[in-house]
Design a binder for this molecule. Structure first.
Ligand SMILES: Nc1ccn([C@@H]2O[C@H](COP(=O)(O)OP(=O)(O)OP(=O)(O)O)[C@@H](O)[C@H]2O)c(=O)n1
Ligand SMILES: C[C@](O)(CO)[C@H](O)COP(=O)(O)O
Length: 390
């Protein structure tokens, strides 16, 4: 019986996702991308070990991330390389001597099911190298650097390669050594065996086995995994600041001429503060005091637009995106009307939603109470968030 080792690659940067963190930590419902991937890998019969390849800087984060998982075999975390292929080389160096079949799988493919691993392992055992692939559904053309079509390729011969990709270990070691000796860099693993001149067999896979590459893939993967998606959430925020003479009056990222302005640790932009609390509330991830504590010097005088950027990326990491926002500022002065379009443009720049889904309104407090006595300024905000892209 074959002994199988699976190298799971998670050492990329996930640049195309545009997040601050590696895409493999993005949540897809109650589990992250890498947790779904590992759960599916764990279902492979005869699996002896998992070699999880992780960037040097993320070793601790990854350990914390997977420590609660119950896996059927030992898992070893090893350091990745600059390119995907070099990460595979590092993983391969840690494969146990008694394993005879090596599978390689992208950590960013959380939908691949245990069946595709089994079929690839069987194919590798039988033929030496096998890969899960799907027929191309689009017409594919070769195009030159000026954008002119060179030729139309025969679609019946074209397949999109996915992972897992599997190998008899000795063949894979030989192919890796040959690639190194000839400076060959492939975009997938079986291409190293092709480069060696040995045959590679495909196993027909499933179109659902997507690689999480852009934010849009997150909602698609959630759908495929049966995780609730496109659910709307609502959040509410409120903030109030005392006015102080000589303080700048910054609202919605716009500096308004005024002899008085809201007092506070940051730039005291009460409008953005109410908005951020509404966003965090809708996401269910605490409040602005938690992320930007007033006793922390790094936030002294900081522009709240920068804080809003941070809140927006916290939401993106949860697969959430603002759909519409409605903010009400309550103050006797200054007059906001001449500045509202500029404020909306500032919010649009950060939140990347159309202007017609951003509402900023202002009202006086009819000279009632502290706000009516011009002692301060308050704001309330309501936000709807969508899970996934809208
Ligand atoms: N040096 C690298 C580059 C990529 N990968 C892994 O290879 C898989 C497929 O690569 P890709 O989708 O390109 O991931 P990233 O390199 O992270 O993404 P991007 O190219 O957008 O930065 C991912 O699971 C990624 O973590 C890796 O282990 N080591
Ligand atoms: C290996 C792979 O997932 C097969 O489709 C793909 O080639 C990886 O490419 P990327 O450029 O690293 O995303």
């Amino acid at each position: 019986m074959s002994k199988i080792s699976c190298i799971v690659l998670a050492a990329g940067a996930g640049r195309r996702m545009g997040l601050e963190h590696n895409k493999v930590y993005v949540s897809l419902g109650r589990k992250s991308v890498i947790q779904w991937t590992l759960e599916h890998v764990a279902g492979v019969p005869n699996l002896q070990e998992i070699i999880l390849v992780v960037a040097d800087s993320e070793q601790e984060v990854m350990k914390e991330h997977i420590q609660s998982m119950i896996l059927p075999c030992p898992i070893q975390i090893v350091v990745g390389g600059e390119e995907r292929q070099y990460s595979v080389v590092n993983g391969l160096a840690h494969v146990s001597p008694d394993c005879d079949i090596v599978l390689v799988h992208d950590g960013a493919r959380p939908v691949a099911d245990a069946d595709s691993f089994t079929k690839v392992a069987d194919g590798a055992k039988l033929y030496g190298a096998a890969v899960v692939a799907v027929p191309s559904t689009d017409t594919v053309k070769r195009v030159d650097a000026t954008g002119v079509v060179i030729e139309t390729l025969q679609r019946q011969e074209l397949y999109n390669m996915q992972t897992p990709q599997g190998f008899q270990k000795e063949l894979f070691l030989k192919a890796q050594a040959h690639a190194q000796a000839t400076n060959f860099l492939g975009t997938d693993d079986v291409s190293l065996v092709e480069h060696l001149g040995e045959p590679v067999h495909i196993v027909v896979g499933d179109y659902k086995n997507i690689k999480i590459t852009t934010l849009n893939d997150v909602s698609v993967a959630k759908r495929y995994l049966g995780v609730d998606t496109n659910k709307m959430r609502v959040g509410f925020g409120y903030d109030i600041h005392r006015f102080k003479e000589g303080r700048p009056c910054i609202l919605g990222g716009v500096t308004i001429e005024s002899p008085i302005g809201p007092d506070g640790h940051s730039d005291a932009d009460v409008l953005i503060h109410a908005l951020m609390d509404a966003m965090l509330g809708a996401a269910g991830i605490r409040d602005i005091g938690y992320y930007f504590p007033p006793e922390d010097d790094q936030y002294k005088g900081i522009s709240s637009v920068l804080l809003l950027e941070k809140v927006n990326s916290l939401l993106k990491e949860q697969g959430l995106q603002a759909y519409n926002i409605d903010v009400m500022v309550i103050a006797e002065a200054p007059k906001l009307k001449p500045h509202i379009e500029e404020m909306k443009a500032n919010l649009q720049r950060v939140l990347e939603i159309p202007l017609d889904r951003i509402s900023i309104k202002a009202t006086t407090n009819e000279m009632l109470g502290a706000l009516g006595r011009r002692e301060g300024i308050a704001a309330q905000a309501v936000v709807t968030l969508y899970e996934g892209e809208v």
